[in-house]
Design a protein around this ligand. Structure first.
Ligand code: AMP
Ligand code: MG
Length: 501
């Protein structure tokens, strides 16, 4: 299949827009002056069937900055509601994200969305803009997560403009082109359930099931089955976050993807010095969205989704049907902790190289004690697991011991670990090799992103591009970029990230 150059040549289809006007508002993005292409992702272009040369094409630059719109583009902003920090927030919606349309390529469907493209009817008090700082963070994280094999919305391009935007200080505007099979959130369901408008809610659920959960259609109870699938995927996703050491920062229900993709990267962080109670969003004073709370928060958010689906699952408004639906949803929700644990344990065993080992209890105790050990010693999470492979190969190395304040507990833990490794009866080099395939050497650390942001704000985008390239191969050694794998410098200790974006 030949790759396409012009936007008109792409295979545009009717996706979300086929739901009709109750679900969105048609509108054009607000143009931005003097735009430049900061970075772009050839692998996302490939997903769309788009030639990599789009990156140097003025027409594309104008489209991706909201400056040029023509048929078949049909820009829309969608409406949703949500719970923010545990409280019903009412109507929200795409306040600055504008969807250009949906593209089909090789049997896959992709929505294309401009984030930071101007005001919409859902902007409330906001200006509809996104600043370069937060856009770089979202852009880099989208692509880094994909390379870590973690489900995520993607980013095709990042464009910047000198147009000024007021935040805590004066900053400049940018637009990230996000790409995903769907940007539908839990909040879209909450919106119609809260009105309540059962017929629109049903229309939305039927659309999502048909497009993204076709297996649920075959079930005798499609809506309940669908909920169970969202729950399973969400449990898998948050297990992946916990295993890689990712903290999202703003896990409101309007930031929860119905496809269980990581999305809406705001004040996120990858764990450096491991702190299980780490809060990456400094406006989250209660620590509601702390690292260790994430699985419970997912569960809480799934309860909100379940509440939105009760009437659909009940089928009619009778008390009896409603009670039955509530009981069915409760049973479905009750398995969340178990599914989460299964996924998490499996991922952690793989990180430790302890695969196909039938010593579940010992391994899960070992994992639990390791988390305490890393927490008590504030060990750098990514660095530890990468170096652990070296220690597996060469037990005399002091590389890990030197990371520990308490060497005695490390000694005890490592003896137990070594015994389990020995049971595997495999060459240590082979185990280490497997471990390196799942424990990244390179991760998007705050200080690396900060350097790229500082340079880009001065007009030099090369660091963003370089970082994107390094993070596209996170498991490879890439010896020429060793410095990017090292521990954060002292100046990075005080870096704080807020919701402001
Ligand atoms: P967030 O916390 O970024 O997930 O945003 C929560 C809600 O506020 C969403 O409905 C966003 O679209 C909206 N929002 C955030 N920032 C802005 C902005 N600068 N202008 C308009 N709407 C915004
Ligand atoms: Mg959001």
């Amino acid at each position: 299949m030949p790759v396409k150059h012009s936007f008109q040549d792409l295979q545009w289809t009717q996706g979300f827009i086929s739901l009709g006007p109750h679900f969105f508002t048609e509108l054009n993005p607000t143009p931005l002056s003097s735009v430049r292409m900061v970075a772009n992702s050839p692998s996302v272009a490939e997903l769309l069937g788009l030639s990599a040369s789009f990156a140097t094409d003025t027409e594309w630059l104008n489209i991706l900055s909201g400056n040029h719109i023509e048929e078949p583009l049909k820009p829309i902003a969608t409406v949703y509601s949500g719970h923010q920090f545990g409280v019903w927030a009412g109507q929200l919606g795409d306040g600055r994200a504008i969807m250009l349309g949906e593209v089909e390529h090789r049997g896959s469907f992709w929505e294309i969305q401009l984030k930071g493209a101007g005001k919409t009817p859902y902007s409330r008090m906001g200006d509809g803009k996104a600043v370069l700082r937060s856009s770089i963070r979202e852009y880099l994280c989208s692509e880094a997560m994909a390379s870590l094999n973690i489900p995520t919305t993607r980013a095709l391009a990042l464009v910047a403009s000198p147009v000024q935007v007021v935040r805590e200080t004066l900053e400049t505007a940018a637009v990230v082109t996000r790409v995903a099979p769907s940007f539908i959130r839990f909040g879209h369901f909450e919106h119609f359930a809260n009105q309540p408008d059962i017929s629109l809610l049903k229309q939305l659920a039927d659309f999502v099931i048909t497009q993204y959960y076709p297996d649920s259609k075959l079930s005798l109870t499609p809506y309940l089955h669908f909920f169970g699938e969202v729950l399973k995927r969400s449990a898998q996703l948050v297990a992946q976050w916990q295993a890689i050491g990712f903290c999202h920062g703003v896990l409101n229900t309007d930031n929860m993807s119905i496809l269980a993709l990581s999305m809406d990267y705001g004040p996120y962080g990858f764990m450096d010095a491991f702190d299980m109670n780490h809060i990456c969003n400094h406006t989250d004073t209660q620590g509601r969205y702390s690292f260790s709370n994430q699985p419970q928060v997912f569960h809480w958010n799934l309860v909100r989704l379940a509440e939105s689906l009760v009437l659909l699952i009940a089928g009619d408004a009778s008390e009896e049907s409603t009670e039955r639906a509530v009981e069915e949803l409760k049973s479905s929700l009750a398995v969340f902790p178990e599914i989460y644990q299964e996924n998490y344990q499996e991922l952690m065993r793989t990180k430790l190289g302890l695969v196909n080992l039938s010593f579940d209890q010992q391994t899960s105790d070992l994992i639990k004690d390791l988390i305490t050990l890393l927490h008590d010693n504030r060990v750098d999470y990514t660095y530890f697991f990468r170096q652990l492979a070296t220690w597996v190969e060469n037990p005399t190395t002091k590389i890990i011991e030197d990371l520990m304040m308490n060497r005695l507990t490390w000694g005890n833990w490592s003896n137990r670990y070594r015994k389990l490794l020995d049971i595997l009866n495999k060459p240590n080099s082979e185990i280490a090799q497997q471990m390196r395939l799942v424990n990244p050497k390179y991760i998007l650390r705050q200080h690396l992103a900060q350097v790229a942001i500082d340079r880009s704000q001065q007009g030099d985008d090369s660091e963003v591009q370089k970082l994107q390239s390094i993070l596209s191969k996170p498991f490879d050694e890439q010896p020429e970029f060793e410095a990017y794998a090292s521990l954060p410098p002292d100046w990075a200790q005080g870096l704080e990230v807020s919701c402001s974006s």
